[in-house]
Design a protein around this ligand. Structure first.
Ligand code: MN
Length: 423
């Protein structure tokens, strides 16, 4: 494990006990300030360390990095250099921020390397060319199967033999803080003969995580489970917005389309797989046994606590779900191996979302569809109002963090306000 993960490390930059961004995390993102250009940074406490300024002043010399690597509007060029180089940069930043290091700490003008997160704009960390959404939580697949079929046939015959997924829409992925309008589309009521058109009545979130790839396999080449993690730079929180009434009408026979492609929201900081190393856990035992190309060894799941809150307009938030990324039946190595086993090529900056992450208990379900059980059991918020699905003016907030040995490695938030449908 990297020295940068040592739980005893502390930084000379102030980090509160509940911060998601201690020196053991050091996630990468893209930020700007005022009218300034977008550039790469690392989160530490409530500050952003400006990587472009760091490189400009020579603090990353001798690492073989091209000039201006971090003075770019996305992280694609940087992460495309591979996981090993990402690890070296994270370890160098860790050394510079250590309590006993004076290279920057000792400078009278050290503040110029930092921007307070509260005063910065965070942007999409990568240009996303391709996005895939899996369906890898057994409880979620079971719940949805119960609602739309019956408990006996809740999981379809393929579900335990392959990580089910579909190709999503990359162009409408937005960063936390970007509001979305309620989408309009076709729906058909159960008792109606003809469809109607209008704003969705069943707007839902899906609590997911997504991994970001940093390496190309080249068309025709499969990625094996044993090497899959070399393709993964890190993870973000992912809200796969869904219009359930549109989905129900349109999804047969080719799957999700306009019910999903109007927007998906991600958290701005990419937490590296290296930072998540201490939080590995075993997945559930897979039964029946999977085909050889899907076999994976070692602890390939991650213990990341997740929560979803709803904040109505001018009101307080209520946490409506607490789940965990460890509940995934299919791990990210299996997802990537399956995705490429036919020769499909992976790109730098692609996003692969997990599918809704529902835990075993009803308060750990990852969508309103499940939390309200298709609208039959309204969720009561702390201001007394009820939700079956998401209303105009609601803000949905997802958070996630891993914690062990007194160290908390977090993702921050993905926050999205829902605006009324456009006229
Ligand atoms: Mn989804």
């Amino acid at each position: 494990m990297s020295v940068a993960n040592d739980p005893k490390l502390t930084s000379w930059v102030a980090v509160g006990p509940m911060s998601d961004f201690p020196i053991q995390n050091l996630p990468f993102g893209i930020f700007s300030q005022g009218d300034g250009l977008r550039r790469a940074g690392v989160a530490i406490g409530e500050q952003i360390l400006d990587l472009a300024a760091l490189q400009e002043d020579g603090y990353l010399d001798g690492m073989g990095l091209p000039d201006g690597l971090f003075a770019q509007p996305t992280l694609n060029a940087f992460i495309g250099r591979g996981r090993a180089e990402g690890r070296r940069v994270r370890e160098r930043v860790s050394i510079l921020l250590r309590h006993d290091n004076h290279e920057i700490q000792g400078r009278a003008d050290r503040d110029r390397f930092f921007v307070p997160m509260a005063g910065a704009q965070l942007h999409m960390p990568v240009f996303v060319r391709d996005y895939t959404d899996f369906y890898s939580s057994e409880q979620h697949a079971y719940n949805v199967g119960c609602m739309f079929r019956d408990p006996e046939h809740a999981l379809l015959p393929n579900w335990k033999h392959l990580p089910v997924g579909y190709h999503g829409r990359a162009s409408s992925i937005v960063v936390s803080g970007t509001p979305l309008h309620r989408p309009k589309g076709q729906t058909r009521a159960d008792d109606a003969e003809m469809p109607s058109f209008g704003p969705t009545r069943l707007l839902d979130f899906e609590l997911e995580m997504a991994f970001v790839t940093c390496r190309e396999n080249g068309l025709g080449n499969a990625v094996r489970t044993q090497e899959a993690e070399d393709y993964v730079f890190g993870l973000v929180l992912f809200n796969d917005w869904s219009a359930r009434d549109m989905q129900k009408w349109e999804y047969v026979p080719l799957g999700p389309f306009l019910a999903k492609n109007f927007g998906s929201s991600i958290s701005p900081w990419i937490v590296t797989l290296d930072a998540l190393e201490p939080f590995r856990v075993a997945g559930t035992k897979q039964d029946p046994a999977v085909l050889p190309y899907l076999e994976s060894e070692g602890d390939r799941n991650f213990d990341i606590r997740l929560e979803v809150a709803i904040q109505p307009e001018n009101s307080v938030e209520t946490i409506v779900s607490r789940s965990n990324f460890r509940y995934m039946y299919w791990n990210i190595s299996q997802q990537l191996a399956h995705h490429t086993v036919n020769g499909c090529n992976v790109g730098v900056g692609d996003l692969y979302a997990s599918g809704t992450i529902s835990g075993p208990s009803p308060d750990s379900y990852g969508s309103m569809l499940e939390l309200s059980w298709r609208g039959t059991r309204p969720v009561v918020l702390s201001d007394g109002s009820e939700r079956r699905f998401i209303l105009d003016g609601d803000t949905v907030i997802m958070r996630g963090y891993a914690e062990k040995d007194g160290v908390r490695v977090g993702f921050g938030e993905v926050t999205t306000k829902i605006l009324p449908a456009k006229p």
